[in-house]
Write a protein that binds this ligand. Structure first.
Ligand code: NAD
Length: 535
């Protein structure tokens, strides 16, 4: 029997005169002039002032938001010890008692904590209010509530019991702790990666991304306020390579829950492989990684719908979503109309400080990202590619890159193949008659397979694209942009070099955090070893 699914958290509008608008402005005001101290949180204890680093707002890099303590090998060792010590009691707690903590956290986030977490996400990660609302409020609340519901269903999956016996599956947690390594770009993902394994009775060492530590620490405080016992999730910001080295050296390491770049996941997987014989169990490795997501328009597509999908899909959150549309294939017959609409709309799009709610986009996350994105744009310019819009990079106040559209002739151009992770969209115009060839190009151009969208009014074209691009994307869209997956509606994850495709926010992901034990009980045990055929 399926449990009743929760409703997705409604997205608030922040329109003029709305209560939520007043709420977010008040929450933002509370940060004015404040430098938050972010400690390590290990076994319920705070460790402050350890090798601190300053965190600044991406859209105003002179503004310091926080000082963040950085765990070294000794503190990481303490976090592992705390996770290991908390394991027995946490795993023994009834599922519904553990679930109550996460359901309570969801309600607190939907209520009094909503604008606190949205404000921290806006300031620390340079999200507009809408982008923060769909992330640190709605998606995170949905992860917390839906995972409880999916886990209840999973626990009810039990084997048959024939006459004279009882069979059962005991959904044990993994034997050891889970290591959660989280990305900067979604507060919801950062929160979900430690919470999903914890819900199933695992204890966790959580290494957040430095640039997201303001919102991530606040979420940690919310979990504590909701009653999470000490040691269940241990928060250890710090040098990524060094924290990982210590964690992966532990024989109690039992699983990795990762979201981030393909390169880092590769390196973690290789480090685990090298140490494999040292571990008590085969570790579960779950990683959702990079993307080079596409929009493909068929000659029968609605050009205005394509133009709007390109703008929203490529430029919301400055193109820093793993699902961002960063390569587009448009038929020659539709390109004049799509180009005109896209470039016109881009002239009206406002970029700037996210505290000004009229802005559509903010800054990219940090100097490293700024320089990487500027490098791609400059190389495209030097290669003689046609930059139709944007292309201006200005770091005088914050890390701002104007939404950039590049028209390429070579389908194998670098910007059509590599993940840029910034507001850069490359478009290739193809002859209308080359539809079949372009499907092969879309499939074969990039090593990733995360998201993709096809626009067409012709149903046969949609079906053909769906078949020919079956392995090109783990999340596939008809006539919609390839971003904005909703928990419970479009379980998220991709194949090929985009990750292990364990679909965050679904039962498939939760199954990775349990190691079931089968139990058979016989009511009347045999007392004679002989079988009838032996008579
Ligand atoms: P990143 O790989 O730079 O960092 C991710 C995490 O790994 C961070 O916590 C970081 O500190 C840590 N890390 C970095 N170097 C490390 C090392 N050598 N050893 C161990 N840990 C290390 O990624 P990011 O910049 O935070 O996020 C952007 C990337 O994440 C993009 O590639 C994007 O596509 C991907 N992403 C994928 C999904 C998905 O669901 N597929 C979702 C969000 C982001």
């Amino acid at each position: 029997m399926n449990s009743i699914l929760p409703q997705n958290e409604p997205v608030l509008s922040y329109g003029p005169d709305s209560g939520e608008r007043a709420g977010i402005l008040a929450a933002l005001k509370q940060h004015a002039g404040v430098v938050t101290e972010i400690p390590l949180l290990i076994g319920g204890q705070r460790f402050s002032g350890i090798r601190t680093q300053s965190l600044h707002a991406p859209h105003d890099h002179r503004r310091q938001l926080a000082t963040v303590s950085q765990a070294g090998p000794a503190e990481v060792g303490q976090a592992i010890a705390a996770a290991t010590a908390a394991q027995h009691e946490w795993a023994a707690m009834p599922f519904e008692a553990r679930a109550a903590i996460f359901l309570r956290a969801a309600d607190m986030l939907a209520g009094p904590w909503r604008q606190k977490l949205n404000a921290a996400t806006m300031l620390g990660q340079s999200k507009t209010v809408f982008q923060a609302e769909i992330d640190s409020a709605c998606e995170l609340i949905d992860f917390l509530r839906f995972n409880v519901s999916f886990a209840r269903d999973m626990l009810q999956q039990q084997p048959l019991s024939g006459p004279g016996m009882r069979n059962a599956l005991d959904y044990r947690p993994l034997e050891g702790f889970v290591y959660a390594v989280t990305p900067f770009n979604f507060t919801a993902i950062a929160g979900n990666l430690p919470c999903a394994p914890a819900l199933l009775g695992n204890t966790v060492v959580w290494k957040p991304a430095f640039t997201a530590s303001l919102s991530n620490y606040l979420f940690m405080e919310l979990l504590e306020a909701a009653g999470l016992p000490p040691g269940v999730i241990n928060f250890v910001p710090g040098s990524a390579a060094s924290v990982s080295e210590t964690v992966l050296d532990s024989s109690d390491f039992a699983g990795l829950h990762f979201t981030g770049s393909t390169e880092v996941f590769d390196s973690l997987w290789q480090q685990v492989s090298r140490r494999l014989p040292n571990y008590r169990s085969y570790p579960r490795l779950v990683g959702e990684t990079g993307g080079k997501d596409f929009i493909l328009a068929h000659p029968s597509a609605d050009p205005d719908a394509v133009a709007v999908a390109l703008l929203r899909g490529a430029f919301e959150y400055q193109g820093q979503k793993c699902s961002t549309a960063s390569r587009a294939y448009v038929p020659a017959s539709l390109w004049p109309r799509i180009k005109c609409r896209l470039l016109d709309d881009l002239t009206t799009l406002r970029m700037g400080d996210v505290e000004n709610l009229g802005n559509f986009i903010g800054a990219v996350i940090d100097r490293k990202a700024f320089e990487r994105i500027a490098g791609y744009i400059n190389n495209a310019r030097s290669a003689g590619e046609s930059i139709l819009a944007g292309g201006i990079c200005d770091d005088s106040h914050g890390y701002f890159v104007t939404p950039t559209v590049i028209e390429v002739e070579d389908p194998q151009a670098v910007t059509m193949r590599e993940e840029i992770f910034g507001p850069v969209l490359s478009v290739m115009v193809y002859p209308d008659r080359a539809w079949s060839e372009i499907l092969a190009t879309v499939d074969g151009t990039s090593p990733y397979a995360l998201t993709g969208a096809v626009f067409a009014n012709d149903r046969l074209a949609l079906e053909e694209a769906s078949q020919r691009l079956r392995f090109s994307a783990g999340n596939f869209y008809f006539n919609d942009k390839p971003t904005g997956a909703v928990v419970g509606q479009q379980p998220f994850g991709g194949g090929r070099r985009s990750g292990t495709n364990d679909k965050a926010g679904s039962v498939l992901n939760l199954q990775r955090w349990t190691s079931p034990r089968t139990v058979k009980e016989t009511w009347v045990p045999a007392k004679n070893y002989r079988y009838p055929h032996m008579s």
